[in-house]
Design a protein around this ligand. Structure first.
Ligand SMILES: [Zn+2]
Length: 280
């Protein structure tokens, strides 16, 4: 198994299994973590999943003009990242129009420009945290609205508990477009030991130490949790929260990197069947 994917095991004894969802009964159809024979094979896999993450974001309506960027670290050269091309709709991203950029935002492979503002944030986080292999960011409706509140998500559901003590609210540089490198460093400093960040007055960010699939799924989940918390708050009725102890238990079992990867497998299968042009 790849060293990158190996890191994601939760600190719970499951008799050798990665997750409670992994079947103990043998012979059943169930997604398996990929194994790669070469960097080239691993790279092709990462590029295909990065494209699928972009297509999934399009289906979720996460596009806002040219805003929004997803990155995945190259498996052979960890100082460069595959990312979506500037000013190409998420629904039109494909393997052949991805670009590879370095820490400074210089495009080292591909014909399209890089999104300067987005890359400053992503490159700073990737550079400060060598274990972070993938990141997602977009200006979504509910995430951006929730980010204006400048507060963390509460564990109002089992799904929201996946983010309990596993996200931060970043107030630095709030609302000012991050085109300068120092703005990226402030975000990178705040992004420690968590899988998600709510950037005040800006939008959502997710990072994964496991895979682009996990980063993308937890981004989709985070946007949904922001929407649900605002729906609950709009009722004016104080919600009953999951207790801290239960929220931590749920986060360990259903909020892990592996679980994010596992959730994404259903999305991958649907996209592979309906949007085969993504692999062009
Ligand atoms: Zn942004």
């Amino acid at each position: 198994m790849s060293a990158v994917l190996e890191k994601a095991r939760p600190a719970i004894d499951l008799n050798g299994r990665i997750s409670i969802y992994q079947p103990e009964q043998e012979g059943l159809i169930y997604p398996e973590l990929p194994v790669f024979a070469s960097h080239a094979e691993h790279r092709q896999h990462l590029k295909e999943r990065l494209v699928a993450a972009c297509r999934a974001f399009a289906l979720q309506g996460f596009d806002y003009g040219f805003a929004g960027h997803l990155t995945v670290r190259d498996p052979e050269h960890p100082g460069v990242y595959w990312t979506n091309p500037m000013a190409v709709h998420f629904s039109q991203v494909k393997v052949s129009n991805l670009i590879l950029a370095d820490h400074d935002g210089r495009v080292v492979e591909g014909r399209h420009a890089v999104n300067r503002a987005g890359f400053v944030l992503h490159a700073a986080v990737h550079e400060a945290h060598p274990d972070i292999v993938a990141m997602c960011h977009a200006h979504t409706v509910h995430g951006t609205a929730f980010a204006a509140l400048g507060k963390p998500l509460e564990p109002i559901s089992q799904d929201a508990a996946a983010f309990f003590e596993d996200h931060v609210v970043i107030g630095d540089e709030a609302g000012q477009v991050a085109v300068e490198v120092k703005a990226g460093h402030k975000v990178a400093n705040a992004f420690r030991g968590v899988k998600a960040a709510i950037h005040q007055n800006h939008g959502l960010l997710t990072a994964s130490r496991h895979s682009i699939e996990a980063a993308a799924f937890w981004f989709i989940a985070l946007e949904r949790c922001c929407q649900q918390q605002m729906m609950v708050e709009a009722t004016g009725i104080k919600p009953r929260l999951v207790t801290e102890e239960r929220a931590r238990y749920s986060r360990e079992h259903v909020g892990s990197e592996y679980i994010g990867w596992l959730h994404f497998q259903a999305i991958w299968d649907q996209l592979a069947a309906t949007q085969p042009d993504m692999l062009d």
